[in-house]
Design a protein around this ligand. Structure first.
Ligand code: ADP
Ligand code: MG
Length: 268
């Protein structure tokens, strides 16, 4: 009964957003998507970053893409033509590469420019989840993701400097909710690259609570060499080293995401 809200025909669209680079957006998007798929969920990952890191992390070559997020956003191709299998059960991707940077420029004066992704995703059926990996900026691509999304998860590195820009990010999310996408919810903040040896971490957690009270996920993603190695093999951490701490952490995180979103669905 609890799952009813999720398995309806409308997918739950989840954006991983933070304008800071290198905080674990892509790593979290890829591993969360993989974990959800391995739980029998139908998942579509949309790479919204011209760097195409989510694309390559799942082993999809980003050179010579015929159809990608770029074609979807500028209206050259429908989403259906741009979706491809990642070779895993239940996990498809709309890949991206550097062409996507051009969409920013081309869409500047376009109609419904913030709604391009939302409009495209409204056509998609058969997925329980759509995971959006955002670029490291609060520009038009992230705006498209926030307008399309139902929930946003903010990955945050456990370092003091990671807190810079948090107020701006919160402000952007609030503005999108107030003016564009009233359904948008902050699902939570996930602390990444956690290093238990530094006592800075606790300080960071307390500071984060000032902006996102009660919304930090219990699961801390540890700093782990294995996690950083997996993408170069085109694998998720669960595929690359299933017994590693990193794999266990992302599994626990995915459980928490499913419970939390489920709880919101029930509370609604
Ligand atoms: P973003 O998408 O926010 O720019 P990434 O997910 O690409 O961040 O992560 C930035 C870098 O840190 C990548 O090289 C990635 O492999 C590495 N990384 C991410 N998470 C971890 C982790 N938990 N432990 C170690 N390295 C990590
Ligand atoms: Mg990234």
């Amino acid at each position: 009964m609890a799952m009813a809200a999720i398995s309806s025909s409308e997918p739950y669209i989840l954006a991983l957003a933070n304008q800071k680079g290198g905080v674990g957006k892509t790593t979290t998007a890829v591993n969360l998507a993989g974990e959800l798929a391995s739980r029998g969920q139908q998942v579509l990952l949309v790479d919204c970053d011209p760097q195409g890191n989510a694309t390559t992390s799942l082993g999809v070559a980003k050179r010579d893409l015929r159809f990608s997020t770029y074609e979807v956003l500028v209206g050259i191709a429908g989403l259906d033509r741009s979706i491809r299998s990642t070779g895993r059960d239940g996990l498809d991707i709309v890949p991206a590469n550097e062409h996507l940077a051009g969409a920013m420029v081309e869409l500047v004066s376009a109609e419904r420019r913030e709604w391009r992704l939302a409009d495209a995703l409204s056509q998609v059926a058969g997925y329980d989840w759509v995971v959006l990996d955002c670029p490291p900026s609060l520009g038009l691509l992230t705006l498209n993701a926030l307008c399309a999304a139902r929930g946003v998860i903010v990955p945050l590195q456990c370092e003091y400097l990671a807190l810079e820009g948090l107020a701006q990010l919160k402000g952007t999310i609030d503005r999108v909710r107030d003016h564009l996408n009233p359904r948008l919810t902050i699902v939570g903040v996930v602390m990444t690259m956690f290093d238990g040896r530094t006592n800075l971490a606790q300080q960071v957690v307390e500071e984060v609570r000032r902006y996102f009270p009660q919304r930090i996920f219990n699961t801390l993603i540890p700093r782990s060499v294995r996690i950083s190695e997996a993408p170069s093999y085109g694998r998720t951490i669960a595929e690359y080293d299933p017994s590693s701490r990193g794999a266990q952490a992302y599994a626990a995180f995915a459980d928490e995401v499913m419970r939390r979103i489920d709880r919101q669905a029930v509370a609604r």
